[in-house]
Design a protein around this ligand. Structure first.
Ligand code: SF4
Length: 359
């Protein structure tokens, strides 16, 4: 006989009681703390957020008002290294919107929460369920895995039918959850942690309290589900980053623009670079692209690979001396002394280069 949702919830929460991780954002729960932690945790491991970011960010921006009052550059500085910087810019914009539209009080309604910059259906659901205990469903990678496997969902999870089914399942888990003292926030947290630790990519079905309700396990497809769309093809690029010094020994930095990766962060100028391109060819490309006339050293001083979305980039880094003061075409640029590089929020490859320069 199929198990009722209440019996599944009880089994899940019994597992959660025995295994719940103690995390700072689960203590002193406020919508602001849940929001910041959820945004940080998108695309970032829990350990990284715990070790280096959450408490530091909270100490500097303890509430919506403090975040709204800060300069965007400072918010980016506290985000440096976490990647996906539009998250930090949107946090800042949303904090300002809360001050302007809601008098600084976090909105209580899930639709109002979702209307804020950068807050999608998942984050709004996490805030509403965890901070306000509203029966609002959430779907993210961990819960998608669980619902897809419990229902033996064979369609790719991006398809409309699959999305509707997954949201309906997620809703079923939280809508009935107030019975028996089971709260929506705990159910959502338990599902996410269960997906991280048990129903993970290679599921630990032997330790699973939901096994007898799991249709994928019954059909032997637990390792094949969820079915994902094929990943976009990897694109390989080669770039040259150039550290241009002026006569005073200052280094040219440019602020990356709205449509570029790492928008709002600072970086060294970069151009495309084929392996056959000589320093003279790169000098000409830098002059045309940035309006900088500079003489490159004959050999790069470092090179490394990094990845941005589906692009794998080999970055060769040259030092160069400005030979004539020309008009930069960058909207925002700065000449920074090497000791000042630590004060600028830099792209992650830019920070790697800066660390090498001052080591
Ligand atoms: S039986 Fe396995 S696949 Fe099914 S929910 Fe449990 S851990 Fe996930």
């Amino acid at each position: 006989m199929p198990r009722s949702i209440q019996s599944l919830q009880k089994a899940l929460l019994a597992w959660y009681d025995a295994n719940a991780r103690s995390l700072p954002w689960k203590e002193n729960v406020t919508p602001y703390r849940v929001w910041i932690s959820e945004v940080m945790l998108q695309q970032t491991q829990v350990g990284t957020v715990l070790d280096a970011y959450f408490e530091r960010f909270m100490n500097r921006f303890p509430d919506v008002a403090a975040l709204a009052a800060a300069e965007e550059q400072e918010v980016l500085k506290y985000w440096e290294g976490l990647g996906y910087y539009s998250r930090a810019r949107n946090l800042h914009k949303a904090a300002k919107a809360i001050v302007e539209r809601f008098d600084g009080a976090f909105p209580r309604d899930v639709k109002e929460i979702e209307s804020l910059p950068g807050i999608g259906r998942y984050t709004a659901g996490a805030i509403a369920s965890m901070a306000f205990n509203d029966p609002v469903p959430i779907l993210e990678a961990n819960t998608i895995r669980i619902h897809a496997r419990l229902t033996d969902l064979e369609s790719p999870i991006d398809e409309k039918f699959a999305q509707e089914l997954l949201w309906a399942e997620a809703r079923r888990w939280v809508e009935t959850s107030k019975r028996g003292g089971i709260t929506p926030g705990r159910v959502n947290q338990a599902l996410m942690q269960f997906g991280q630790q048990v129903c993970k990519k290679r599921p630990l079905c032997e330790n699973c309290p939901l096994t007898d309700a799991c249709l994928a396990r019954k059909s032997g497809r637990e390792n094949l589900i969820p079915v994902a769309k094929p990943k976009p093809e990897t694109i390989y690029w080669r770039h040259a980053a150039v550290v241009v010094y002026n006569r005073k020994g200052e280094i040219y930095l440019r602020q990356r623009q709205e449509k570029e990766h790492w928008a709002g962060l600072w970086d060294f100028p970069r151009v495309d670079a084929d392996e056959s391109d000589s320093p003279a060819v790169l000098e000409s490309r830098i002059r045309q692209t940035f309006g900088l006339t500079a003489k490159l050293e004959s050999e790069p001083f470092m090179s490394f690979r990094h990845q941005v979305t589906n692009h794998k980039i080999e970055l060769v880094c040259y030092k160069a001396q400005q030979v004539k003061s020309t008009q930069s075409v960058d909207v925002k640029f700065a000449w920074a002394a090497p000791a000042e590089l630590s004060e600028y929020p830099l792209s992650s490859p830019g920070r790697r280069i800066a660390n090498k320069l001052i080591s």
